[in-house]
Design a protein around this ligand. Structure first.
Ligand code: BF8
Ligand code: SF4
Length: 671
């Protein structure tokens, strides 16, 4: 069987350099009306990343294509067209430099996600040991199901004791010294993936060791073999997955597994009459306490002249609070500074990741107080709390009081809140999805999806993930691809800032089903809606949570593979990061590929400088893992390629089924 070749995949088109040469002139590059309002009505001197992006153009073509090396002090070395300049000073070739740079991004992403997971596990341990009295085990059922999945004895074990064992088992994944693979990886993937990762020698045994080894593998004078470097990167991507899974599982245990919930999204959710607190970052450990403290201190806000306190979310902390508490999602990554420009945000409380230093200069134009809370993430000139779970609620109260104080200094004449906001139906954890599907088929809920695919009612699933990137007009690629795929009957899942983009634009509503879904998708969603009695209806896009919650989508992929009796590369499931920006998006994309998922990235990563590496990630990866990167900056083309990948899988699955029936053999394992 010849391997799948999409005619344009694998051909370098120099998209990154072509883009920087276009040098846009207008900072207002967004298709979010709220962002447009802020960028066109803001006061003088209120600069944001939209302006700074223009100032950086044109960007360096060596950096854009990945052929700049700064790994040692002899550098930077650039790969030039002719000998001897076509190698670094040490003799490193383009492929080694591109591969090393790429996998070091994966190490960055994996360290972020796994730190998040570690923090969750340490918090759970403190709760189990009675050292964090403000927290509790909210979802005992999840605790027991996670414990059973990772092989712990559950029957008759008291809750706190079990919580301790789960926490310790998670922490074991960070520093194991034996050859056993990471538990939170091994217990959540298919048998086929376990064999594949073992065969390719990329099954990680310990998170911290794997990240450290990748850095060691890629220092000056170490690995120069691009395939070996990339395999090291993929092993590290799997520890990214492991840390993310730990983060999601334990957050659900501590704060509850998300259920369908109605809220709103976009800057219009800020309210001039209230003390507005924006929670920003990723880890719900702090923000859950802020929500609780804000509820407690309503009267203090009223005494200060406000109607009360409004907590809103930005980025993934926003997604976490939206999914569990129904807190409004005010902004995704690109509009974080624009929230401050409204003049109505009294404090931004940050935990970890994705809050940008540019917030500080802008906050100085207003009364807004910036509050950082993590020892690794400080912004000069901001308030800083050394956040400790042992004193969580007390510290959260102090933060909320800082916001109330700031409110007293708010200049009402400068408040400029755009009207734009949309209803959002969120809360699609795997448990929610399974419960909905069980209303149709109680014995085999996932079969409802796989049957709909096999019957041709829907074409498959697409996971929308990742960020905003100033290289693309804000949210445009997310919306374009979502609408294109919905029209073609693809069931859409979303996380992270992609979910933010789709929520802000009203795509997480039943009305969007009417407006954008093809007939097949419409009838599938209606059937499910009726059977499950889902109020107030099913949205077009299912919000699965923050970036770490991409593992919820991966679990759905695994469940579909198990239901179909195949390995993941045969499942009609694709992923897209239309506006990928962060190193975390690179690591998520890399584990999606190892899980056998065709993964579209809408902003060119720095790989065009090496045809060999480009070929490995877009073609060879498919041969080995069944997943590959689709690197395409044109959103419509990206959507077409994703759809092609889905249709190819459905076609092949049918073909293999027919052959197996006809010759009475096992279903072919190839993809
Ligand atoms: O972790 S999608 S910009 S906020 S990295 Fe960051 Fe990207 Fe947003 Fe969530 Ni994920
Ligand atoms: Fe140059 Fe080699 Fe040093 Fe990189 S490691 S900066 S290519 S000499």
């Amino acid at each position: 069987m010849p391997r799948y070749r999409e005619s344009t995949i694998g051909q370098i088109t120099n998209q990154a350099v072509a883009k920087t040469r276009q040098r846009p002139k207008d900072p207002c590059r967004t298709c979010d009306p709220a962002s447009e309002h802020m960028l066109t009505t803001r006061g003088e001197g209120q600069l944001s990343q939209f302006d700074r992006y223009l100032a950086q153009q044109p960007q360096c073509s060596f950096g854009l294509t990945g052929i700049c090396c700064r790994l040692c002090l002899q550098g930077p070395c650039r790969i030039l067209p002719k000998e001897p300049g076509n190698r670094g000073i040490c003799g490193a070739r383009d492929y080694a430099i591109v591969a090393r740079n790429l996998v070091r991004s994966i190490a960055g992403g994996a360290s972020s996600h796994s730190d998040h997971g570690r923090h969750a596990a340490e918090t759970l341990l403190k709760v189990a040991e009675g050292k964090a009295p403000d927290y509790k085990i909210t979802d005992e059922e999840k605790l027991r199901s996670v414990a059973a999945r990772i092989g712990l004895e559950v029957e008759g074990v008291p809750t706190k004791e079990l919580a301790k064992q789960v926490a310790l088992k998670a922490l074991e994944d960070y520093g194991r010294h034996t050859d056993e693979p990471c538990t939170f990886l091994w217990s959540t993937i298919t048998e086929g993936r376990r064999k594949k990762f073992t065969h390719c020698d990329i099954a990680p045994t310990a998170i911290d060791k794997t990240i450290a080894q990748l850095l060691s593998q890629t220092v000056m004078g170490m690995d120069a073999d691009p395939v070996n470097i990339i395999f090291g990167g993929l092993k590290t991507a799997l520890v990214d997955y492991t840390g993310m899974h730990i983060g999601t599982d334990i957050s659900d245990i501590l704060f509850g597994t998300p259920k369908p919930i109605v809220s709103e999204a976009n800057l219009g959710t800020l309210d001039a009459d209230y003390v507005n607190i924006a929670t920003h970052g990723h880890n719900p450990t702090l923000s859950e306490m802020v929500v609780e403290a804000a509820r407690e201190l309503e009267d203090e806000a009223k005494a200060a002249g406000a109607k009360g306190i409004r907590v809103v979310g930005i980025c993934c902390t926003g997604n976490e609070l939206l999914m569990r508490q129904g807190v409004s999602l005010a902004a995704n990554q690109a509009s974080q500074e624009l929230a401050i420009m409204t003049g109505a945000v009294d404090a931004v409380i940050m935990d970890v990741q994705c809050f940008i230093p540019g917030l500080k200069a802008l906050s100085e134009c207003f009364h807004t107080r910036l509050i950082t809370t993590n020892e690794m993430a400080k912004i000069p000139g901001s308030y800083h709390f050394d956040f400790k779970e042992e004193r969580a609620l007390e510290q959260a109260r102090d933060m909320v009081r800082l916001a109330i104080e700031a409110y007293k200094n708010r200049d009402a004449s400068r408040v400029n809140i755009p009207a734009e906001k949309h209803k959002v139906i969120a809360g699609f954890s795997l448990e929610t999805v399974q419960e909905m599907l069980a209303a149709v088929n109680p014995d085999r809920p996932i079969k409802v999806i796989t049957d709909a695919i096999e019957a041709g009612e829907i074409k498959g699933l697409c996971l929308f993930a990742g960020c905003n990137n100033m290289k693309s007009p804000q949210d445009e690629a997310h919306l374009t691809i979502a609408k294109e795929l919905a029209k073609k009957d693809v069931l859409l899942l979303a996380t992270g800032c992609s979910a933010g983009a789709l929520a802000k634009a009203g795509l997480m509503t039943p009305a969007a089903v009417e407006a954008y879904a093809g007939e097949g998708l419409k009838s599938f969603l209606r059937r499910l809606e009726e059977a499950s009695g889902m109020e107030p209806g099913l949205p077009l896009v299912w919000h699965m949570g923050s970036c770490v919650d991409n593992t919820r989508a991966a679990d759905l992929l695994t469940a579909m593979a198990n239901e179909l009796g195949v390995d993941t590369p045969k499942v009609p499931f694709v992923a897209t990061a239309p506006e990928a920006m962060h190193e975390k998006a690179v690591s998520i994309g890399a584990w999606c590929v190892t899980m056998g998922v065709p993964t579209h990235v809408g902003v060119m990563p720095p790989v065009e400088g090496s045809p060999l590496v480009y070929g490995i990630v877009t073609q060879i990866a498919h041969d080995v893992y069944g997943g590959h990167f689709i690197l395409e900056e044109d959103p419509k083309e990206g959507a077409r390629k994703l759809l092609d990948a889905l249709e190819y899988r459905v076609w092949k699955l049918r073909l293999h089924r027919k052959a197996a029936e006809k010759y009475d053999t096992e279903l072919a394992a190839s993809w």
